[in-house]
Design a protein around this ligand. Structure first.
Ligand code: XMP
Length: 514
């Protein structure tokens, strides 16, 4: 089906996904493409508009990322943001220079062109989020400046005849309060997009697409109980019913009661699909015995998972398709191939089985962002307990236990975590934008309980606020909540005589302990 689309050309900016999410929130479909996308490919996509992202480069540097200047001749509206704005100036004959001082953070913004299509509803004086050193020193022919800041004469410029717009600041971040409005005006008014990106029609489209791809074949999905694989299961079951086989490998490292919750939702009486739970805890514990190195733990769990999954798949006999809950951020990140130091090998447990052959891969969530996946899940009737589930690492509690993983340590973390979750709920803490969990340090220390000496473990409460899980700060939880958790955990969980609250941000720490 033909769908109106905005193309976002990526010049290496850290906010590219945020731009895409804001455009999607206007119910307009968009895709992120590398800035080097050939003109012919862009033309074939027939976008209603193009957005050029920010990026760390300077347009006049020899290695500056560029796009084909021919895109300005496609007759399609273009919006340049930050580096994208400077590139537009540079490629169309303006001048970009390095400023004496850089502008960073929240900045006063004056609108000089109140008639601008982007600024119709924007007050004359507002704020924006700046992050730049280079600036547009001379405008290309045909452009007028439409906004300025104390240090930046061209905070926005436009050529309404050709439909080219440029913003030096970042409209996509919430620190630019009018930014969403500006993006909305660009995609709706300038590009003329309608609100065609809605989840109801996405369900219909995907159900038809999956049926066409799969026919009468059998589809196998590794269901973890996380949001993505659960929504994929619900969607696929609507498309192909019992032809879908969901294998749920319970590695014994889930949070308290979680395995039962997954079984209740997807087992008999739940969705119309073939559900195969595998109780593999013993196997995982045996493989993890004596292992203390975090990376080795991850490797072992990944490997055990694949082996268990493969054995189950073989026992099923003929399977034609493998389904995965891949979502758009996975696609974008793996496509850009950013090279950095390996801090942790974040393999999702459930990577591709190596020794099984399938005639195709089914990925019904591939174009979706997380918030869209949640919306889809709600429409498909999944319970809130799954939709609002906090991200949980593939290797489970094994990365929340420092040192060797044993069934007893898992019990301690499960019990302590359940208490923490109960209290978070009781104190009405919004856990939506972060991660809140109990972990187990490898620290044992001396205590005194009931006149006797104890030598027990220290539970760590970890709570972070984060937008993107790349950086995070410790959540400011009420002291009474922490105090109550300490009290309950010591009293109710055997093997614990200390409770610590982890104040560390990321960086320097990571969110999980291992
Ligand atoms: P870190 O600990 O690296 O975590 O700050 C960032 C986010 O990633 C999750 N995480 C994982 N997810 N497999 C996963 O699927 C893993 O091995 C893994 N390790 C960490 C973590 O829960 C947080 O949301």
């Amino acid at each position: 089906m033909e769908r109106e689309m905005i193309v976002i050309l990526d010049f290496g900016g850290q906010y590219k996904q945020l731009i895409a999410r804001r455009v999607r929130a206007c119910h307009v479909y968009c895709e992120i493409r590398p800035c080097t996308t050939p003109l012919e490919e862009l033309r074939a996509l027939a976008p209603k508009g193009i957005i050029l992202t920010g990026g760390p480069g300077s347009v006049y540097a020899p290695d500056a990322p560029l796009c084909d200047p021919g895109l300005f001749s496609l007759g399609v509206p273009v919006l340049g943001i930050c580096y994208g704005a400077q590139l537009m100036a540079h490629l169309l004959g303006g001048q970009v220079r390095s400023a004496e001082i850089s502008e960073y953070g929240r900045t006063q913004l004056w609108i000089d062109g109140p008639g601008s299509p982007l600024f119709q509803q924007v007050p004359r004086e507002t704020t924006c989020w700046m992050s730049h050193r280079d600036y547009i020193a001379a405008l290309p022919a045909g452009f007028i400046a439409t906004a300025h800041t104390p240090a930046c004469p061209t905070a926005a410029m436009e050529d309404t005849c050709r439909n080219f717009y440029a913003l030096q600041f970042h409209p996509e971040v919430l620190h630019t309060p009018e930014g969403t409005e500006m993006l909305r005006r660009f995609v709706w008014d300038v590009c003329g997009c309608g609100e065609s990106w809605v989840m109801d029609s996405y369900i219909e489209e995907q159900v038809a697409a999956v049926r066409a791809q799969v026919g009468t074949g059998r589809v196998l999905l590794a269901l973890s109980g996380g949001v993505d694989s659960s929504v994929a299961a619900a969607l696929l079951s609507r498309a192909v019913g019992k032809q879908l086989v969901c294998v749920f490998v319970d590695h014994g490292l889930m949070r308290k009661g979680e395995a039962d919750k997954v079984k209740a939702v997807f087992g008999p009486g739940g969705f119309d699909l073939t559900f195969r739970p595998v109780d593999a805890g013993e196997r995982f514990f045996a493989a993890l015995k004596g292992v203390t190195d975090p990376e080795q733990k991850r490797r072992i769990i990944g490997e055990q998972f694949i082996r268990t999954f493969e054995a189950e798949a073989r026992a099923l006999g003929e399977v034609d398709f493998l389904a995965q809950g891949t979502i758009y951020p996975d696609v974008v990140e793996s496509g850009t191939g950013s090279a950095g130091a390996v801090i942790k090998s974040h393999h999702n447990v459930g990577g591709l089985p190596k020794d099984l052959s399938f005639s195709g891969l089914v990925e019904p969530l591939r174009p979706l962002f997380k918030d869209e996946v949640r919306e889809l899940g709600r429409k498909l009737g999944l319970p809130e307990s799954i939709i609002r589930r906090q991200p949980f690492p593939g290797p489970g509690l094994a990365v929340r236990i420092v040192g060797e993983v044993t069934p007893d340590k898992v019990r301690i973390v499960q019990e302590a975590d359940a208490i923490f979750q109960e209290e978070l709920q009781r104190f009405d803490v919004d856990t939506g934008s972060g991660q809140f969990f109990a972990a187990l340090s490898n620290l044992r220390s001396v205590g005194v309980m009931g006149d006797g000496r104890t030598y027990e473990y220290a539970v760590v409460l970890r709570a972070v606020s984060t937008e993107d899980f790349m950086t995070a700060t410790a959540a400011r939880l009420p002291y009474e909540l922490l105090d109550r958790c300490m009290n309950r955990i010591i009293n109710e969980v055997d093997g614990v005589n200390r409770v610590l609250y982890d104040l560390t941000s990321k960086p320097p720490a990571t969110i999980e302990l291992e």
